[in-house]
Design a protein around this ligand. Structure first.
Ligand SMILES: Nc1nc2c(ncn2[C@@H]2O[C@H](COP(=O)(O)OP(=O)(O)O)[C@@H](O)[C@H]2O)c(=O)[nH]1
Ligand SMILES: [Mg+2]
Length: 347
């Protein structure tokens, strides 16, 4: 597994979202899992927050990136980007409050409709199981709901740690096994950090695993992509002719009508072997509304610039749509990351 950034020490990054009514203990579960702490005075979070926890499955290093809502779940106003690209979702209710159990149907539909991932792994958690005397939701009732909806189910306590680790372990192993079954793990993910307008952006760049030779790239490869870089070889006209195929592949599979596209003619260091005139490529790019650059991975020409262009376009699109809601959330994530770096706990 090749990660270009030496500080990134994992093979796979799985986004997991927490969902459920306010007060059920989502933030406490996050804190327990990622920092092994509990705080009775758990403060309401503002904006989106995520923390990470690393585990190993079958010798692969997995980073679970766990997302927590921001208190805006009180108004059922969780931004769609919260769910997008999630591999797993943990639905939480409070065993002492039946209303929070009744809300589960709403949260389930929210995740299913917004995650963009038909294979999203779902888990149901009945939290606060330490408060036995205050129980309002019988275990059997919850188990029935879980079975009817194909969810794994556990009762947990963020306070005394019961089953919190196990719940995440079940979700992560399921994601891993699903992907392995589909051979989706053959995809190589690289992480690169960059800054745009004082926001720290993590570009997760996916590379195919050689299966593009057979035009057999698994659909999940494209799913949830914010950007796509189409590459041909300036010394090989066939690779240029294939672009139409790849363009349609991306457009039809990315599930994102706003996916930002970029065209790259690579190997521009091999000037003498050129088979695709720059003008011809530029025309194709213009006709299809793609930014265009010639690059050389060998001598570095334009490689960084190409990614920068794509990332800035994604950022600007999102900003325009206020999907970033906006700097407030990013700022918060950044602060949390700094705190975590400082603490050097598990993240
Ligand atoms: N007894 C008990 N209290 C909990 C547990 N988890 C969370 N709480 C408390 O429940 C309240 C709401 O928790 P919080 O994590 O903010 O819930 P969120 O709104 O879903 O993020 C806080 O006062 C927590 O201390 C638990 O497992 N047991
Ligand atoms: Mg919270």
């Amino acid at each position: 597994m090749s990660n270009s950034n030496n500080s990134v020490k994992y093979d796979y990054l799985f986004k997991i979202v927490l969902a459920g009514d306010s007060g059920v203990g989502k933030s406490s579960i996050l804190l327990r899992y990622c920092s092994d702490e509990f705080n009775l005075e758990q403060k309401m979070t503002i904006g989106i927050e995520f923390r990470s926890h690393d585990i190993e499955i079958e010798n692969s290093k997995i980073k679970a990136q766990v997302w927590d809502t921001a208190g805006n779940e009180r108004f059922r106003a969780v931004t769609p980007v919260y769910y997008r690209g999630a591999y797993g979702a943990i639905l939480v209710y409070d065993i002492t409050n039946h209303n929070t159990f009744q809300s589960l149907q709403y949260w389930l539909e929210e995740i299913r409709s917004r995650s963009n991932n038909p294979d999203v792994v779902l888990m149901l958690i009945g939290n606060k199981c330490d408060l036995k005397k205050l129980r309002a939701v019988p275990t059997d009732e919850a188990r029935r709901f879980a079975e009817e909806n194909g969810l794994s189910f556990l009762e947990t306590s963020a306070l005394d740690s019961t089953n919190v680790k196990l719940a995440f372990q079940i979700v992560l192993e399921k994601i891993f096994m699903n992907m392995k079954e589909k051979r989706e793990l053959e995809i190589d993910q690289n992480i690169e950090l960059t800054h745009i307008e004082n926001s720290k952006i993590k570009a997760q760049v996916w590379d195919t695993a050689g299966n593009e030779r057979f035009r057999a790239v698994t659909p999940v490869y494209y799913r949830g992509a914010y950007g796509a870089i189409l590459v041909y070889d300036i010394t090989n006209h066939n690779t240029f002719q294939s672009l139409q195929y790849w363009l349609e592949e991306i457009k039809s599979r990315s599930n994102n009508p706003d996916v930002v596209l970029m065209l790259i003619g690579n190997k521009c260091d091999l000037k003498k072997l050129r088979a695709v005139p720059t003008d011809e490529a530029r025309r194709f790019a213009e006709e299809n509304g793609l930014p265009f650059l010639e690059t050389s991975a060998l001598d570095s020409t334009n490689v960084k610039l190409a990614f920068q262009i794509v990332l800035e376009k994604i950022f600007m699109n999102m900003k325009e749509k206020r999907e970033l809601e906006i700097d407030q959330n990013i700022e918060l994530i950044r602060v949390n990351q700094r705190e975590e770096e400082g603490r050097k706990k598990c993240c």
